[in-house]
Ligand binder design. Structure first.
Ligand SMILES: *Cc1c(COP(=O)(O)O)cnc(C)c1O
Length: 363
């Protein structure tokens, strides 16, 4: 088998070693005579899978003891709704930093449930930068400040996080969780759909400070309350057991790679290969994002004054050469290479070479 050069934005590449291990355990999980997917989620075997994934995540991200780790369903999109439901009590507002498409969806969902205000926005810059911490003005009655640490579609990423005095910071880290070390204690909550950096779709990881979920409002449906899942150790109802198992394997892979500091360097090395081609192309390629805010996960770029014909040609020829997923999101256009943790350095080197060759032929 030849592995594709997979630059998909999500679902996205999963480490080959992880897929192979899952394959080896697929039919007969640890001699049980059945697949993990066929087992009770109340079995000791699954409880171990559930616990080990949590323990590894806690270790890798250095998550303090007063934080709960939850494995939920419904994707990051359901978190857009659960956050205001659980945290916007009477008289409180949700404060949102508007950095693009995903942040916008979070705001929209919060407005269904309660009051939400945008406290900083990069809309005027077409979302091609992230607001500075100093631009964020937090209202006195804010229940939280919500940011999107990496905007998957625009390709911009917070390099430093806003330091807030008395209000919890909540971050949608769907597209850059585990790509670099972060100080979890600076956040009230972090959440991420798994399908970019953590494994397959189907599970959403929530890391939340215990005191924030001590008494979720009683009028919320049981399944949509954080305390339900915290009390049940993410086993209130049937969990997405296979997805959680896969996340556990990805976490083991990250640990074997040397942890988050090593991964951060790995990701910087990978993206440098591609950003350098863009920056040294004499304007043949242009990066969409402001340089300081460029993402190490999603590289967005255009070709020659946004020449759509040439961009189509690039996509077509790249596909013929074994590259997958380079078409930009329709909101931004152009091209996008998603270089998540599981994307090997060699694939980025191959893309950089392809880009240079394409410029030679078409420059
Ligand atoms: C992909 C993505 C989402 C949506 O995730 P779902 O799991 O599909 O709901 C939300 N936020 C960000 C930053 C994303 O990249």
């Amino acid at each position: 088998m030849t592995r594709a050069y997979n630059f998909n934005a999500g679902p996205a590449a999963i480490p080959l070693e992880v897929l192979e291990q899952a394959q080896a355990q697929f039919v007969d999980y640890e001699g049980a005579g059945m697949a993990l997917m066929e087992m009770s989620h109340r079995s000791a075997t699954y409880e171990k899978v559930n616990q080990e994934a949590q323990d590894l995540l806690r270790e890798l991200m250095n998550i303090p003891d007063n934080y709960k780790i939850l494995f939920l369903q419904g994707g990051a999109s359901t978190q857009f709704a659960m956050i205001p439901m659980n945290f916007l009590s009477e008289g409180k507002v949700g404060a949102y930093v508007d950095t693009g498409a995903w942040a916008g969806k979070a705001v929209k969902e919060a407005k269904i449930t309660g009051e939400a205000v945008v406290v900083a926005s990069s809309k005027e810059d077409n979302y091609m930068r992230v607001p500075q911490a100093a631009d964020i003005v937090v209202p006195d009655n804010a229940a939280y400040v919500h940011i999107t640490s990496n905007e998957t579609i625009g390709g911009v990423q917070f390099k430093d996080f806003p330091q807030l005095a008395n209000v919890p910071l909540i971050a949608d880290m769907s597209s850059d969780i585990l790509s670099r070390p972060v100080d979890v204690s600076k956040f009230g909550m972090i959440y991420a759909g798994a399908q970019k950096n953590l494994g397959p779709s189907g599970v959403t990881v929530v890391i939340v400070r215990e005191d924030l979920i001590a008494d979720s409002p009683k009028h919320i449906a049981t399944m949509l309350r954080y305390d339900t899942h915290a009390k049940a150790n993410s086993l209130y109802n049937t969990p997405p057991s296979f997805s959680v198992y896969m996340v556990g394997l990805v976490l083991k892979w990250i640990k074997a790679k040397g942890g988050l500091a090593a991964l951060e360097q790995f990701n910087l090395d990978k993206t440098k290969l591609i950003y350098d081609v863009i920056d040294e192309s004499n304007g043949f390629y242009t990066g969409c994002a402001n340089k300081e805010d460029r993402s190490t996960m999603n590289i967005t770029f255009r070709i020659k004054d946004q020449d759509e014909e040439l961009e189509k040609k690039f996509i077509k020829e790249s596909e013929a050469a074994g590259f997958v997923g380079l078409k930009g999101h329709r909101d931004v256009g152009g091209l996008r290479a998603s270089t998540y943790n599981a994307v090997p350095l060699e694939n980025c080197a191959a893309l950089a070479q392809f880009m240079k060759d394409f410029q030679q032929r078409n420059g």
